[in-house]
Ligand binder design. Structure first.
Ligand code: ATP
Ligand code: MG
Length: 574
């Protein structure tokens, strides 16, 4: 492609709403334009990269025996009613009515549609296993679309669905997707981790997330320094190995704590440590109040709470709700008497103490010497807190470490959740009816593009891993008025293309400085600079965008010299 004719509108400034580097760079480097919140136009450069990502995904899915199809984006509500998700999915599901007043939605995912397809046509175990996938636009009306392509409302996903007769078969399908994902993210040139994404089942987990490691990642992941345990912090179990404390404690005592509503303020005021406090957090769970108790120095893990309660919508209660439900402003809620108005769940660790300090459900008041079993009613004790850096590995007890990541893929063993709801059955070898065992497997294709930039950039712009770069080579002609240079540029442009490379030739009538800046900003892995003194000596300058390393290559015998040098650049990515 010749830049003179290309539509690559680079910008000096990033848009004001861009918070993360991938969003800023994608807009500045002429890849992306916003249409409306969370909805973007992929300009030609982005589309080339997205296609490269999609093709790698496609090749590895095909290699794993999956077959590509393409399902509609518009889905009828009936199927969602059948699965029970019409009510459960909440506001992320964009619903509308057609001209006949029929409820429809834009597909955020396709379990319902694919299960409906299969139940109508697959009747015998002989037709299984099957794995069907698509690369398609999804719509999710995200509560907070942000970070450009990382969390859009409309985005591109590869979603695959496997169908097996029995559990063993389903596990084989799952493993084969896990392995395919490993190959995909390796081929894409990303540094990543696969982490457990299922809370309850340590050891036998059947959900894994693939995380691109990046400091700007929304997800925290935790891994063991000794064994193979790696999990999303959201879901990482905390094993409590302590014993229930039975120590006596003095009677509860009210104490004034004027203006002290945070743990830190209460500690300052009373001269105590956060570990002596119970923090009472009030949630609105599907509109109803629920209290969660954790130690003062811990954080509640809302995902664990959501799973425990099998809840739909879950949020920290608004200040008015807290006041209405507890009778006190935010910061003064406590376990005593709360069970009369709401369920009270306590983190396991709270069993290890008796003499607690907690809110008194009265403004500016706390209680001392609270014994949970004596002075309050707890609905249940459960693992409800976020794992901390000081916690031991839940599997082997060794030290853990944390890192930030961006979830780019998710493999999930669904079991019979959808086949039961939609009654997708087959006849097995013995002629018995069985529900099909399903798995689903997603990759955020458009999120991968952004995640790759979060991981690979510098002050000058994007640094594309070679497999994802929209073009392989930037060829800069520094002086388009010079006929010799132009002829040479054309010659090299042709040579590179015969080597099977995609080339972006900067043939614009612009100052060299602008060409250098744009080349760095767009971030193609290799730059070739034609012009200046080197050209007089029959040389061309080559630059490795990642390391910044430069080399002079001879124009005589260029093809071979370039191929060798480029191989060296590619090695640097390995
Ligand atoms: P998240 O926790 O980030 O919301 P999710 O659990 O909702 O993700 P899945 O339903 O597993 O995501 O979707 C499969 C993949 O689609 C994810 O791994 C991610 O890469 C991508 N994805 C999900 N939501 C978005 C979004 N809003 N924008 C871009 N990509 C997304
Ligand atoms: Mg989501």
């Amino acid at each position: 492609m010749r830049l003179r004719k290309a539509y690559i509108p680079t910008l000096k400034e990033a848009p004001a709403d861009a918070e993360v580097i991938s969003h800023k760079l994608l807009v500045r480097a002429g890849f992306l334009r916003k249409l409306t919140s969370g909805v973007y136009i992929y300009l030609p450069l982005a589309w080339r990269s997205l296609n490269k990502i999609a093709n790698i995904v496609r090749e590895e899915m095909d290699r794993a025996g999956a077959q590509e199809l393409h399902m509609p984006m518009v889905q009828p509500s009936d199927l969602w009613q059948e699965s029970g998700r019409w009510d459960f999915y909440g506001k992320e599901l964009l619903r509308f009515k057609d001209r006949h007043d029929r409820d429809c939605c834009l597909g955020p995912t396709h379990e319902e549609v694919i299960t409906d397809l299969i139940r109508g046509e697959v009747r015998s175990y002989r037709q299984l296993p099957l794995n069907l996938y698509q690369i398609q636009t999804k719509f999710r009306d995200e509560i907070r679309p942000r970070f450009g392509l990382l969390r859009g409302r409309e985005f591109i996903m590869k979603d695959a669905y496997s169908f097996d007769c029995d559990d063993e078969g389903a596990d084989v399908s799952y493993r084969s997707m896990y392995d395919a994902y490993w190959r995909i993210f390796s081929r894409l040139g990303l540094r990543f981790r696969a982490v457990e994404a299922d809370s309850g089942s340590i050891g036998g987990s059947f959900s894994h997330e693939f995380m691109v490691l990046a400091e700007t990642g929304e997800d925290m992941i935790v891994s063991c320094t000794s064994c193979s345990f790696a999990a999303n912090v959201e879901r990482a179990p905390v094993v409590w190995r302590g014993e229930s404390c039975r120590q006596q404690c003095p009677p509860v005592e009210l104490t004034a704590t004027p203006g002290a509503h945070s743990v830190a303020q209460v500690c300052d005021f009373l001269g105590v440590q956060p570990q002596q406090l119970i923090k009472t957090v009030i949630f609105a769970v599907d509109g109803n109040p629920v209290a969660v108790l954790v130690r003062g120095d811990r954080e509640v893990n809302p995902v664990k709470l959501k799973n425990l309660l099998n809840a739909g919508e879950l949020a920290i209660a608004a200040p008015e709700q807290v006041r209405e439900w507890t009778g006190a402003p935010v910061g003064f809620a406590g376990p005593q008497g709360l069970h009369a108005v709401m369920h009270v769940y306590a983190d396991l660790e709270l069993r290890g103490g008796t003499d607690w300090i907690a809110g008194a459900n009265r403004g500016d008041m706390h209680v001392l010497h609270l014994n949970l079993t004596r002075d309050a009613t707890v609905t249940a004790f459960a693992d409800l807190r976020v794992i901390g850096a000081a916690d031991p590995c839940p599997l082997c007890g060794a030290e853990i470490e944390t890192a930030r990541g961006i979830e780019v893929g998710h493999v999930f063993k669904l079991g019979t959740k959808y086949s039961k709801a939609l009654n997708a059955v087959i006849l097995d070898e013995q002629g018995r009816e069985r529900h099909i065992i399903m798995g689903c497997y997603g990759i955020g294709v458009s999120r991968v593009l952004a995640a790759c930039i979060e991981q690979n950039n510098d002050a000058d712009g994007i640094i594309f891993p070679p497999p994802i770069a929209p073009y392989d080579v930037a060829l800069l002609n520094l002086d388009t008025q010079n006929a010799d240079l132009c002829a040479k540029a054309e010659e090299l442009y042709a040579i590179l293309q015969t080597q099977g490379l995609d080339v972006l030739l900067d043939d614009r009538e612009e100052r060299p400085g602008i060409k250098f800046k744009d080349a760095d900003l767009i971030g193609l892995p290799v730059q070739l600079v034609l012009g200046g003194r080197g050209f007089g000596r029959g040389m061309i300058e080559a630059k490795d965008r990642r390391s910044g390393e430069k080399a002079e290559l001879p124009l005589e015998g260029f093809a071979a010299a370039f191929a060798t040098w480029r191989e060296h650049v590619l090695q640097g990515w390995k």
